[in-house]
Design a protein around this ligand. Structure first.
Ligand SMILES: Cc1cc2nc3c(=O)[nH]c(=O)nc-3n(C[C@H](O)[C@H](O)[C@H](O)COP(=O)(O)OP(=O)(O)OC[C@H]3O[C@@H](n4cnc5c(N)ncnc54)[C@H](O)[C@@H]3O)c2cc1C
Ligand code: SF4
Length: 562
């Protein structure tokens, strides 16, 4: 028998990451009583280690096999899940998922911490445009989103002004400009690359629009270029919902954070077809508990929110809550990120230094395939952008020893690398379901994930490598190497689409306000609702959509529709 809290809230928000943080801030600052259920522990500056050298750690960050014991999946992103941060991540043994043997899928970036993935994210913050929202009308594949750019533009403005995004305005229809803080400068490799690629190929490489401050904002300091944002930031210079949106919500006095609360299922009042609360497991005591509210918002990250809905199946909704369409769990999308290229610009390399400032972002090449003004590209639909890294370093791989080695290692290196991030088409046969055979340590059935590259993705991956090589050559790079690997098992941690939005309740789970078609007081405000997954990184759009949907929820509450 689950113990129940006596207090009744206006809204329960599940998950405190990019979406959940905004939901709590928007609703609590408007006066609603919010309970925030978060599976992870509280986050604090005491956990941040961006200035801690590896030699101060017990294993000097040189023993990945120790991290692998409990996090064999998460540690495959060794740059973010390592000795510094491993306990921010899910224990893969305690909380597994399954896949078919022939479809390996690394479900990466599963955080168990206030702030969710925003603790470690790459912070690239790009708007979608009507080329994305109305892509189906352009090329006939899939469904248009039930909203257009004008519906979300004011919310992009609102979110960007609060988050703080450094960027350069470019005036492009396909990548709309935003409310930018002053741009971080480009280094010489980036400037040369940008100029030559524009001049010779007409393509735009711009400063990566990134959630790193260049000016103080709401008590947060500007970035001081120390580098490893994924280990936290004591000056709060990058956007992490733990110390921004969630902190604001708590400060309002209207939000209660319930940590270590693993939501299991949404509880229903079957007579009225209303969600009445959430059953969760206390991760410390393992006791089941119930909490009640007028409305429930799932913000636990795409697959996690869908897992909760599937696990909430009941006699009225035998295939999963709010799943009268049968679409829930289907159309899983991520981004392909397994192709790209690298080259060197030896003439641009400065003398290497161990204490040089480290710019926490590089440049971004804007999508150029299947865009306005060009005939449709014959090999695949949609497109990709590139995230680029510019690296000045010592020649660590120099051969030899003694004096000659000391000299060789000081030879500067200037390497420039491009990684393509490509749109994955929404396909029915990429999906998640409950694995009835396997439960996590809390007794909650786990997900089985079915995901593979389709023909469109395969053709795109090949083209990403070819165009990376062409652009590096156009920019004058030497020693150019390209790569084109299958996506599996490591896709970008940008999963979306498993409870998609649409105007037709027979073909979608959510409406344009991320309200389930079936149950009026149940919402899913993470990327589950994406109708397609454009190549731009998703989080800015997740946050803007969430604020828009919260405003709708509050209107509905005022009209007593919820
Ligand atoms: C290494 C890395 C780099 C990334 N870089 C970028 C980038 O550059 N740009 C970009 O746009 N995106 C990036 N992303 C993706 C981005 O982090 C996510 O899109 C975003 O954080 C998703 O927000 P969310 O609210 O859906 O989920 P999250 O931010 O993941 O938050 C979900 C929260 O829900 C909690 N939770 C999960 N299940 C339950 C449950 N059952 N009960 C209670 N709580 C639960 C989790 O503990 C977590 O705190 C990156 C992700 C990773 C891992
Ligand atoms: S690089 Fe900037 S944003 Fe990142 S941790 Fe250092 S100061 Fe913070």
């Amino acid at each position: 028998m689950a113990e129940s809290t006596t207090q009744k809230y206006d809204v329960i928000v599940v998950g405190s990451g990019a979406s959940g943080g905004w939901a709590c801030k928007r609703l609590a600052e408007s006066g609603l009583k919010v309970a925030l259920l978060e599976a992870g522990r509280p986050q604090s500056s005491a956990n941040f280690s961006e200035h801690t050298p590896a030699f101060e750690l017990k294993y000097r960050n040189l023993a990945p096999e120790i991290v692998r014991k409990t996090r064999p999946i998460q540690s495959q992103m060794g740059d973010v899940c390592n000795e510094y941060t491993q306990d921010w991540f899910v224990n893969d043994i305690e909380e597994p998922y399954t896949t078919p043997a022939d479809k390996p899928f690394n479900w990466l970036g599963r955080l168990r911490m206030t702030g969710g993935r925003t603790n470690v994210w790459g912070r690239v913050s790009l708007r979608f445009s009507d080329w994305d929202f109305k892509a189906a009308s352009h090329d006939g594949y899939g469904e248009d989103w039930p909203i257009g750019y004008k519906d979300i533009a004011p919310y992009y403005d609102l979110v960007e002004k609060y988050v703080g995004i450094t960027g350069m305005a470019e005036g492009l229809e396909e990548l709309p400009d935003g409310q930018f803080q002053p741009p971080m400068g480009l280094n010489c490799q980036e400037s040369v690359f940008r100029d030559r690629v524009k001049q010779k190929m007409g393509r735009t490489a711009t400063l990566t629009r990134s959630a790193n401050l260049t000016q103080s904002l709401n008590g947060r300091g500007p970035c001081h270029y120390c580098g490893p944002c994924e280990r936290g930031c004591v000056t709060k210079s990058y956007f992490n919902s733990a110390f921004t949106t969630v902190a604001d919500a708590l400060k309002s006095g209207n939000c209660t954070l319930v940590s270590n609360a693993m939501a299991f299922k949404v509880l229903m009042d079957a007579d009225n077809n209303r969600a009445r609360g959430v059953l969760y497991i206390d991760r410390i005591t393992r006791a089941p508990r119930e909490i009640q509210a007028r409305a429930v918002i799932l913000c636990a990250q795409s697959q996690e929110s869908t897992r909760i809905l599937l696990n909430s199946a009941n006699s009225q909704y035998p295939n999963g809550l709010a799943n009268s369409s049968g679409v829930l769990g289907h159309y899983l999308m991520a981004h392909v990120r397994s192709a790209g290229g690298r080259g060197e610009f030896p003439e641009l390399a400065p003398s290497p230094s161990l204490s040089a400032p480290i710019k926490p972002l590089g440049i971004y090449i804007v999508r150029f395939r299947n865009m306005k003004g060009n005939p449709p590209f014959k090999k695949f639909l949609r497109g990709y952008g590139f995230e680029c890294d510019s690296n000045f370093d010592f020649n660590w791989g120099a051969p030899g020893f003694g004096e000659a080695y000391k000299k060789a290692i000081r030879e500067p290196r200037a390497e420039f690398s491009l990684t393509g991030f490509g749109e994955v088409l929404p396909r029915w046969d990429n999906f998640v379901e409950i694995d009835k055979e396997v439960k996590d340590v809390y007794g909650i059935p786990v997900l089985k994930i079915h995901m593979s590259d389709g023909e469109n993705e395969k053709a795109m991956i090949k083209d990403i490598a070819e165009s990376a090589g062409e652009m590096l050559a156009a920019a004058g790079a030497k020693n150019i190497r390209t790569r084109a690997n299958p996506s599996a098992p490591r896709w970008a941690a940008h999963e979306a689409g498993v409870a998609r939005m649409g105007s037709d309740p027979k073909k979608s789970v959510l409406d344009q306000f991320q309200q389930t078609h079936d149950i009026k007081n149940l919402f899913v405000m993470d990327a589950s609702g994406f109708t397609s997954n454009p190549c731009q990184n998703p989080t800015l759009t997740i946050m803007a959509l969430c604020v828009r949907s919260c405003d709708h929820l509050m209107d509905e509450m005022k009209r007593s529709n919820i």
